[in-house]
Design a protein around this ligand. Structure first.
Ligand code: SAH
Length: 377
C-alpha cells in the first residue's frame, strides 16, 4: 500500500535577517548570489551608517539585485518600547525582541564621549550575589543582529532624531555575560570596528567579564578589545560567594589570564571592577590584599558604589569608605577611580538592568521584573 501523500502547500521561506552579518559574511552571501564581494561594503554603509533598511532605496545596487534582495532578506532591529532620560542625561531604552522577550540598553553621555552599554543575553546565568539581572535568571543568548541592533537604534535616535553625536564608545556591560555568548558577541564587536559600519577602534570597545578564563584567552586572539574584569574580592574565599564562577576559575588563574591578555596588547591595561559592598569587601585589609594581588598585572581599578535593589541584602559602602579604599590602592601605585553612578533614578546603573522575560533556569517560575528599591509600582 502506498503511504498517504502529505499535502505540502507552498510556504514562504523565512526572510534572512542580515542585520548581524559582518563584512565577511555579507561577501559570502553576495558571492553565492553571483554578485561581486564589494556589494558587502555598499550594504554595510546603507544599513549601519545611513540607517536605510529598505533595499529599494539603495540606489547604488542594480534594480534586479534590489528586488531579489527584497524577496529574500530583511533588516530587523529590536523594537523600542520605552525611552527614559534621567536628570544627568543618561538614557535607557527597553527593547522588545522578536520572541517577545525584552532587554535594556543604556546611553551615558559625557563631555568628551558618548558611551553605550549593550546587553549580550536575555538575563544572565551566572548568579552573582549582588546583581539584579542575576535574580531574574536566564532565558537565551542574543543574536549578533540583536546586539548590533542596539547600537544601530541608539545612533538612529541620538543622531537622526536627537541632533546629537553618535556613540563613540561601547561597553559590553549590560545584561548577561558576554563571553558565554562568544560567537555572537564577537561577530557584533567585529561589526562595531568595521570601517564601513561604525568604525570604532578596539580601545573604544570594552568587554566586561566575570572571568571566564578559556574565553578570555580566545578573545585575545579573535578580537582583542579592551578588557574589564569583574573582580569584586581579593581572594577565593570571598569571591566564591560574590561571583560563583570563581569556583571554576579561581583568582590566581584569572590573574594569570589577565597578565597574558595584556601581553598581547602593548599599552593595554585590564580594568578591574570592584563593587563596594559595606562590611563585605570594603575594609582596609581587603584593600591591602587587593594591592598585593594586582601588583604584577598592568591594570586600573574601577570602584563601583553598589546600586541597590529590593531584597539584595547588601548596602553600598559610604563615600568616605570608598575614598579611603581608593587612597590605599593609590598609595601602593594602583591607578584607581570611583565610577560615577549614572542614571540611578531610572534604574540604568550597573547591575540594575532588568528587562522582562521568562527565566528558563527555574531559578524563578514566574515571569517577573526585579523591583528596584523605592520603585513606585
Ligand atoms: N557579566 C559581565 C557584564 C555585566 S555587569 C560582568 O560580570 O562583568 C557590569 C558590571 O556591573 C559588573 O562589574 C558587575 O559586577 C557590576 N554590577 C552588577 N550588579 C551591580 C550592582 N548592583 N551595583 C553595582 N555594580 C553592579
Amino acid at each position: 500500500m502506498e503511504s498517504p501523500v502529505t499535502d505540502i502547500s507552498p510556504t514562504q521561506a523565512p526572510l534572512l535577517n542580515l542585520m548581524g552579518h559582518d563584512r565577511r559574511a555579507l561577501e559570502m552571501y553576495f558571492t553565492a548570489l553571483g554578485e561581486k564581494p564589494f556589494r558587502a561594503t555598499q550594504l554595510l554603509k546603507w544599513v549601519h551608517q545611513q540607517g536605510v533598511y529598505d533595499f529599494s532605496a539603495m540606489t547604488n545596487l542594480s534594480k534586479s539585485l534590489r528586488s531579489s534582495l527584497s524577496s529574500q532578506a530583511v533588516f530587523v532591529v529590536p523594537e523600542i518600547i520605552n525611552d527614559q532620560i534621567s536628570e544627568d542625561g543618561t538614557r535607557k531604552w527597553l527593547l522588545r525582541l522578536e520572541d517577545g522577550n525584552s532587554i535594556e540598553t543604556v546611553f551615558i553621555p559625557e563631555s568628551d564621549r558618548g558611551t553605550l552599554c549593550l546587553s549580550s543575553q536575555v538575563g544572565c546565568a551566572l548568579n552573582c550575589s549582588f546583581c539584579a539581572t542575576a535574580r531574574q535568571g536566564f532565558n537565551r543568548n542574543l543574536t549578533a543582529a540583536e546586539i548590533i541592533g542596539q547600537l544601530r537604534l541608539a545612533n538612529q535616535l541620538l543622531v537622526r532624531t536627537g541632533g546629537q553625536r553618535p556613540v563613540t564608545n561601547v561597553v559590553m556591560m549590560g545584561m548577561g555575560e558576554p563571553l558565554l555568548n562568544y560567537k555572537n558577541v564577537i561577530q557584533a564587536m567585529i561589526l562595531m570596528q568595521e570601517d564601513f559600519a561604525y568604525g570604532l577602534s578596539k580601545r573604544r570597545v570594552t568587554l566586561s567579564t566575570s572571568g571566564l578564563v578559556p574565553e578570555m584567552r580566545r578573545l585575545s586572539e579573535d578580537c582583542p578589545v579592551s578588557l574589564a574584569v569583574s573582580l569584586h574580592a581579593p581572594d577565593d574565599e570571598l569571591r566564591n560567594k560574590l561571583v560563583p564562577i570563581n569556583r571554576k576559575y579561581p583568582v590566581a588563574e584569572l590573574m594569570q589570564a589577565c597578565r597574558e591578555y595584556t601581553k598581547g596588547l602593548p599599552h593595554q591595561k585590564v580594568t578591574f571592577e570592584y563593587v563596594m559592598l559595606a562590611d563585605v569587601n570594603d575594609t582596609d585589609l581587603h584593600a591591602r590584599k587587593l594591592t598585593k594581588l594586582l601588583s604584577n598585572v598592568p591594570c586600573k581599578v574601577n570602584l563601583i558604589p553598589f546600586n541597590p535593589f529590593a531584597n539584595s541584602g547588601y548596602k553600598s559602602s559610604s563615600l568616605s569608605r570608598i575614598n579611603h579604599f581608593r587612597d590605599i590602592l593609590m598609595q601602593k601605585g594602583v591607578m584607581t577611580v570611583t565610577r560615577k553612578t549614572r542614571g540611578e533614578e531610572i534604574n540604568a546603573a550597573c547591575g540594575q538592568l532588568a528587562g522582562k522575560f521568562r527565566d528558563k533556569t527555574r531559578r524563578s517560575e514566574r515571569l517577573h521584573e526585579v523591583q528596584p528599591v523605592g520603585s513606585i509600582q
